[in-house]
Design a protein around this ligand. Structure first.
Ligand code: CIR
Length: 274
């Protein structure tokens, strides 16, 4: 079971979020978004020992996507300088939450290390003792270098370039970890290119569960036997269910339609601290 997790309430201003999704024909339904986020938090509560809930910040419509604000590995946390300028002050509420986690001994402020650095946590993926950092429109080389320095002696930071050549928002939109040996990936060209770079640079031959859709390639593994997956993508859902059952995992499928309209997925609504 995961020891600690951090999540953040959905603000009433959520409809003003940053998004590349065209929602003109189907705008965000705010009351449904609240219900979907609540359902997600309820599942977290069942599968995490301690959940730290950060109050919403109405001035920051994207604040519920707490994953982007920090990167935590073992006893070290880095508070990011987020890639989208409207989101950079989201870290304020999160610092207090990190201080409530007893295992975290060091908190590094990225902005104090390099004022040009930017990182979104959605571009960072911890698998075993490897932290993959995907350079993207949100995460730059200076940001990746701050992480590399902060995590010396903590984990191995591997910087990936492939994402820069795709339209994808974040690394974990294409690939997400089930466990230390197995990754779920989207079987598009961009997903395959990213997976190849991960394997090549780490020299680890991860098992891959391939799904045809991008949104369900982002799963949230809560410990060694439970996973949250996305509802409403039947082909990918069936593949995931079969592969998870085969591996002895239990799972819950959640409908996150309104968060998807904000370019959000499953990992982005929490920070897990095993
Ligand atoms: C944004 O564009 O920054 C937010 N609307 C969505 C962020 C989703 N974060 C994530 O997948 N890690």
């Amino acid at each position: 079971m995961i020891d600690y997790a951090i999540c953040r309430e959905l603000p009433r201003s959520f409809k003003d979020c940053v998004t590349a999704v065209d929602n003109t024909t189907s705008p965000i339904d705010i009351s449904l978004a609240f219900k979907q986020h609540e359902a997600y938090v309820e599942v977290l509560k069942k599968h995490v020992r301690q959940l730290v809930e950060v109050p919403a910040d109405e001035a920051h419509p994207d604040c519920c996507f707490v994953e982007d604000t920090c990167v935590v590995v073992k006893d070290t946390a880095v508070l990011n300088r987020l890639g989208h300028t409207t989101r950079q002050k989201e870290i304020q509420g999160v610092e207090q939450a990190l201080k409530k986690v007893p295992s975290i001994k060091t908190i590094v402020h990225m902005s104090s290390q390099d004022e040009r650095a930017t990182v979104d946590g959605g571009d960072c993926m911890l698998v075993g003792d490897h932290l993959y950092v995907g350079l993207s429109a949100r995460t730059n080389r200076q940001g990746a270098d701050v992480l590399k320095k902060a995590f010396i002696g903590v984990c191995k930071v591997v910087i990936l370039d492939t994402l820069q050549h795709s339209e994808t928002l974040h690394l974990k939109c294409l690939v997400s970890p089930l466990n230390a040996d197995t990754l779920v990936m989207c079987s598009t060209e961009a997903g395959k290119a990213l997976m190849n770079e991960i394997k090549e640079k780490s020299e680890i031959n991860y098992n891959a569960i391939e799904v045809p859709d991008q949104v369900p390639a982002n799963i949230l593994a809560l410990g060694p036997d439970f996973v949250i997956i996305q509802k409403n993508f039947p082909e990918s859902e069936n593949i995931l269910k079969e592969e998870l059952v085969k591996r002895g995992y239990q799972f819950e499928a959640l409908d996150m339609s309104e968060l998807i309209k904000a370019d959000g997925a499953l990992t982005c609504c929490s920070v897990l601290i095993p």
